[in-house]
Design a protein around this ligand. Structure first.
Ligand code: MG
Length: 352
């Protein structure tokens, strides 16, 4: 709350919404001195109002999880381009969001580092020129641990990301590699390739942020230090290239770039994501919701680390896919999956 109030005082926005409505009085109090006062809204509706507000031409959607879906749709309906940092929106509802983008003639500028890399590599590649996407993955907190040790790892272990500084949810998603699995689905909806044409490669140095192969087998990569400011800047400045004072990439300092195949035994979440993507319809929404619940259960010490893929797999197994779902079908699948993911827990917790 203190940080939020400080940001409001620094940037002086016209309008502000806070999702947790119960925190509105404290926020009001914290910015009481500010003059002029911003319009203050609360709750999910408030967030949607802000997403569609005024004459902003681009809306950055950075809400974590499926909570970003309805605000994103509100921004699209208001005709605003999106700088998408909230991958869950496209994963859960790509089949609804993509037609909406067309209808309202708005575009998505990816702010996820891998998808920004792919988008940057595609500048100048003609329609039909793309053959394959190679998503790079750091391997997360446990890339150098043997699979046998994963049953014992703690929350603190899982939160130690080797290269990127990020929020708790995405750091756990990196440790399970579900983050990369979700990004495969995101890439499918953003760039229109089949799942067979999207590959994951472990690249521990996180210098190459992803690659594309074009029809003549030429491979294009985007490189840079691991720094989220760059994909965000490009999403906001596209198609321009703004000068920055940031440190240049130094290949000699990088010295060695290595690659290896991800271990499916160690990272079962990857396969679960591919399977959900291929099942299509409401299944990616179910995968995403089950993952959100599973990560929360892990972070609150109610399941062990290896319980995360189990919760997701059991939830997905119980779901009956609706093909070509409406937005309401997706929201219902999301609710169903959140409820179900909590109920598949009992047999797990009795084991531990
Ligand atoms: Mg990413």
């Amino acid at each position: 709350m203190t940080l939020f109030a400080a940001q409001i005082c620094q940037f002086r926005p016209e309008i502000v919404a806070i999702a947790q409505a119960e925190k509105l009085p404290a926020l009001k109090e914290a910015i009481a001195e500010l003059d002029p006062q911003p319009i203050l809204l609360a709750g999910a509706e408030g967030v949607e109002t802000v997403a569609a507000y005024g004459d902003a031409s681009v809306v950055v959607t950075g809400i974590v999880g499926c909570a970003g879906l309805l605000p994103t749709i509100a921004a699209i309906k208001a005709g605003k381009d999106l700088a998408l940092a909230n991958k869950e929106t496209l994963i859960a509802a790509g089949c609804v969001v993509n037609p909406l983008l067309k209808h309202h003639r708005v575009r998505i500028l990816p702010a996820d580092s891998e998808h920004s890399a792919i988008f940057q590599c595609l500048q100048g590649v003609p329609p039909g020129g793309l053959r394959k996407i190679i998503l790079t993955a750091s391997g997360g907190a446990f890339r150098d641990r043997p699979v046998e040790e994963l049953a014992q790892v703690t929350i603190a272990d899982a939160l130690k990301h080797p290269n990127w500084s990020m929020g708790r949810k995405i750091t756990i998603d990196s440790a399970t590699l579900m983050n990369k699995g979700l990004e495969v689905i995101e890439a499918h909806f953003l760039f229109g390739l089949d799942y067979d044409q999207i590959q994951i490669v472990i690249h521990p140095q996180s210098i190459i942020h992803s690659l594309v192969e074009v029809q003549d087998t030429s491979v294009l990569a985007q490189m840079g230090w691991p720094d989220m400011r760059l994909p965000l800047l490009y999403a906001l400045s596209y198609p321009d290239r703004l000068p920055t004072p940031w440190k240049s990439l130094d290949l000699v300092q990088c010295a060695t770039l290595t690659f290896r195949e991800p271990d499916h035994r160690k990272y079962p979440c990857m396969q679960l994501a591919y399977a959900a993507g291929r099942a299509g319809g409401t299944m990616p929404a179910v995968l995403n919701a089950a993952n959100e619940v599973a990560v929360d259960l892990f972070l609150t010490e109610r399941i062990p680390f290896l319980g995360i893929p189990e919760v997701i797999e059991r939830t997905c197994e119980r779901h009956r896919v609706i093909d070509q779902p409406s937005l309401e079908d997706i929201l219902e699948a999301d609710r169903w999956a959140r409820h179900t993911a909590h109920t598949v827990l009992t047999p797990l917790s009795s084991v531990f």
